[in-house]
Design a protein around this ligand. Structure first.
Ligand code: NAD
Ligand code: ZN
Length: 382
């Protein structure tokens, strides 16, 4: 029996307060409105960005809220004006969108800073009418980055839904919708190391290790992995990484250590920590004359990046990358096809180290906070 046009009741993990365990609730999910799609989420995984907005340290609190943005699922129904998607399509919801009409989407420069649908962590409502599609006994529950995938059904703007090859295993491709593309793209699309160059990766979560995989695929001669958590060195070894630096082991700035190790600095660095200190180190450890540093981590609200201008004058380049510079709708189906054809060079099983059922979702937060494993898959049907 079709559920199109009707309110769906399903389970969701609701964040009621900053830093408090999520609780599993029965929620009502309203039908999709104009330019919206309702998706049955089958898999979702926890990214550090969810944790920041759950902890809410410094950010504007917006609760009760359904978090989650790294996910895969199947279209259940579509709203008015949606012609590119139909029920049954396999999709990845994406935290940032592509309206295909604004000056960013139409720009010839590759970029993904869509005027309408770029990530907005403070908005908890849908664009069409400024309302939420989630409620509990009629009380609205806020959305998160337009995706809210910690629910068995969610409503997403069509510009944030990438239609993918139906042969793609939805569990394996789930982290492609955020962490993998963010890290891998930061290296292959933005840092672009040449064959034989050296690359430093700061932060060895799924984002950082995807960035390291990008360096390997580009033919880097050395990958120097930096993290404060030695557990993550064990994960990194599974990706073939051999050189590790823990800033805690030194009583001088880690950039000095890396400059010394490489006789002048690395050719490229990619920062995937969210720590402003690591961002500065990542920039200051690249070689003068040609070194390029790419920032990926989400900083704290009052952070400021400080470096001596001479570091830039001596021809180092500092860049930032958002979602690996991929256009979410145009590029992601192609990334998934490449993964399926084994052309991407990524083994998703190495990234998905844990899985839990929806009622155990808080365990995924514990793993992330302790830096245990990489991605924890949450099985939404279980
Ligand atoms: P994660 O917590 O799994 O990994 C981050 C790692 O950084 C941890 O292992 C931690 O020990 C390490 N770290 C923290 N401070 C450090 C420091 N000063 N020096 C060295 N290592 C340090 O997180 P993740 O899910 O892999 O995400 C990484 C970052 O990327 C987060 O900030 C996340 O919000 C951000 N992110 C950005 C985008 C984007 O589009 N730009 C998208 C997704 C995630
Ligand atoms: Zn993410």
């Amino acid at each position: 029996m079709s559920t199109a046009g009707q309110v769906i009741r399903c389970k969701a993990a609701v964040a009621w307060e900053a830093g408090k365990p999520l609780s599993i609730e029965e929620v009502e999910v309203a039908p999709p409105q104009k330019h919206e799609v309702r998706i049955k989420i089958l898999f979702t995984s926890l990214c550090h960005t969810d944790v920041y907005y759950w902890e809410c340290k410094g950010y504007t609190p917006l609760f009760p809220r359904i978090l989650g943005h790294e996910a895969s699922g199947i279209v259940e129904s579509v709203g008015e004006g949606v012609s590119d998607l139909k029920p049954g399509d396999h999709v990845l919801p994406i935290f940032t969108g592509e309206c295909k009409e604004c000056r960013h989407c139409l720009s010839e420069e590759t970029n993904n800073m869509c005027d309408l649908l770029r990530i907005n962590c403070d908005r908890g409502v849908m664009l069409a009418d400024g309302k939420t599609r989630f409620s509990i006994n009629g009380k609205p529950i806020y959305h998160f980055v337009g995706t809210s995938t910690f629910s068995q059904y969610t409503v997403v703007h069509v510009g944030q839904v990438a239609k993918i090859n139906p042969n793609a295993p939805l569990d394996k491709v789930c982290p492609i919708s955020c962490g993998i593309c963010t890290g891998f793209g930061a290296t292959v699309n933005v840092a672009r190391p040449k064959k034989g160059q050296t690359v430093a990766i700061f932060g060895l979560g799924a984002v950082g290790l995807a960035a390291a995989e990008g360096a390997r695929v580009c033919g880097a001669s050395r990958i120097i992995a930096v993290d404060l958590n030695p557990r993550r060195f064990e994960e990194a070894k599974k990706f073939g990484i051999k050189e590790f630096v823990n800033p805690k082991d030194y009583n001088r700035p880690v950039q000095e250590v890396i400059v010394e190790m490489t006789g002048g600095g690395v050719d490229r660095s990619v920062e995937c920590t969210g720590s402003v200190e690591a961002m500065i180190s990542a920039f200051e450890c690249v070689h003068d004359g040609w070194g390029v540093c790419v920032l990926v981590g989400v900083p704290k609200i009052d952070d400021a990046f400080k470096t001596h201008p001479m570091n830039l004058l001596s021809e180092r380049t500092l860049k930032g990358a958002f979602y690996g510079n991929y256009k979410p709708l145009t590029d992601i189906p192609m990334v998934v096809d490449k993964y399926l054809n084994k052309e991407l060079g990524l083994d998703m099983d190495k990234f998905i180290t844990h899985s839990v059922s929806l009622p155990d979702i808080n365990k995924a937060f514990d793993y992330m906070l302790q830096g245990i494993g990489l991605r924890c898959l949450i099985l939404m049907d279980a």
